[in-house]
Write a protein that binds this ligand. Structure first.
Ligand SMILES: Nc1ncnc2c1ncn2[C@@H]1O[C@H](COP(=O)(O)OP(=O)(O)OP(=O)(O)O)[C@@H](O)[C@H]1O
Ligand SMILES: [Mg+2]
Length: 366
């Protein structure tokens, strides 16, 4: 866990500019916390105080319960992977050498480093045979960013700081690298502090989002919390007037679908492959079988782990009030309806927890 305690950084001879202004927050073990806010609000400064690249004016950072000011700075930085805002691969080193910078410092032997570099590249979707021996100038911007991420992860540090790691990418590359990172993170469970200025990226990547303005922490909470209950006009403006639509991306069919009474019936086998056909809702209680997506059965289905953005898009495209949802094997599990989605979005269940969070933030910041 990373704890920022009354963290403050002031620049200028007269101490005039508070780049980071009394920030209090914690990043839980295994969590991705996204720092977000307008340019110049103190995101990079906050992050660089975590690995002591910038010394705080006051306050402290604790990692795993230890005050980082008391940890040897070299040891500290080796235990923290860092992806900087400008990628920053060493131009005179190959991809392999770049990835192995920290492992080499840690004294790994060559076969172990080689294996690790190759393994890391595969994880971010780059073919080791093709890329290990190239130089950064021989990579696209997106490939460089991927190598930057693997370099930060190579020595398997428990903590990862990422400063706009996917910043300079086109939207398609960006989505795919974000997806790769999320997949990796599900396996590795690093404690991640990630800086972004893109609210869509934050909503997609974050377990919790911390919104900054002028060096101050305005609000911290899950994407759903900050989108549902922005604490003030600044946060509301920052997350956008379409914040309810933005929530859809982080809600899955599983959470909203209505289980069907008709999943129990088993008198008719659908045999969809052999004899495609439609079932009427009223008849569904008597059937079982596998629902197959496609024109043949004249019905669109959505998976249980599908996000509601896709579902709503399909509901609108097809102009229907509901869609059947199926599990990974194609078995009908229920329906997801426009009205159930509306009810879910209107639920005030989270309000208490986010207010509490916010009060803690404000009280500590006061
Ligand atoms: N060395 C410095 N001396 C004086 N002011 C600085 C220094 N470094 C940063 N600042 C100021 O501190 C504030 C916060 O900078 P920081 O780099 O943390 O912003 P940021 O949120 O990362 O912005 P961006 O999204 O543009 O990267 C800015 O107003 C910046 O001008
Ligand atoms: Mg920055």
């Amino acid at each position: 866990m990373i704890i920022l305690e009354n963290l403050r950084k002031v620049y200028g001879a007269a101490g005039t500019v508070a780049a980071v202004d009394n920030v209090n927050m914690a990043v839980q073990e295994g969590e991705v916390c996204v720092l977000i806010g307008p340019s110049g609000c103190g995101k990079t400064t906050t992050m660089r105080m975590v690995n002591q690249l910038i010394a705080p004016t006051s306050g402290r950072v604790l990692i795993g319960g230890r005050d980082t000011a008391e940890i040897d700075v070299v040891a500290l930085r080796r235990s923290i992977g860092y992806v900087i805002q400008q990628v920053g691969l060493f131009p005179n080193m190959t991809v392999e050498e770049n990835i192995c910078v920290v492992p080499r410092l840690l004294g790994w032997d060559i076969p172990r480093m080689r294996a690790r570099a190759a393994e890391m590249l595969v994880m971010v979707g780059l073919d080791p045979g093709e890329f290990l021996h190239r130089f950064p100038s021989q990579l696209s911007g997106g490939q460089q960013q991927r190598v930057g991420v693997t370099r930060a992860l190579a020595a398997d540090p428990p903590v990862l700081l990422m400063d706009e790691p996917f910043g300079a990418l086109d939207p398609i590359n960006r989505e795919s690298i974000q997806d790769q990172f999320l997949k990796m993170q599900r396996k590795l469970r690093k404690t991640v502090l990630l800086v972004s200025h893109d609210i869509d990226e934050a909503v997609k990547m974050a377990d919790r989002i911390a919104i900054f303005r002028d060096g101050r922490l305005e609000q911290i909470g899950t994407p759903d919390q900050v989108l549902t209950y922005p604490v003030n006009d600044f946060v509301a403006g920052f997350v956008g007037a379409d914040r309810t639509l933005k929530r859809l991306r982080r809600i899955r069919v599983e959470q909203v679908h209505t289980g069907l009474v008709f999943t129990v019936g088993s008198t008719v086998d659908l045999q969809v492959d052999a004899a495609p056909g439609k079932i009427h809702m009223d008849d569904a209680g008597r059937v079982s079988g596998v629902v197959v997506q496609g024109r043949d059965i004249g019905v669109a289905v959505v998976g249980m782990d599908c996000d509601l953005r896709v579902v709503v898009s399909e509901l609108l495209r097809l102009a229907v009030p509901w869609l059947p949802c199926v599990d990974a094997d194609g078995r009908l599990r229920g329906v997801i309806s426009q009205s159930a989605i509306s009810r879910y979005l209107a639920t005030p269940a989270l309000e208490g927890s986010v207010r509490a969070n916010v009060e803690v933030g404000h009280a500590a910041n006061a």
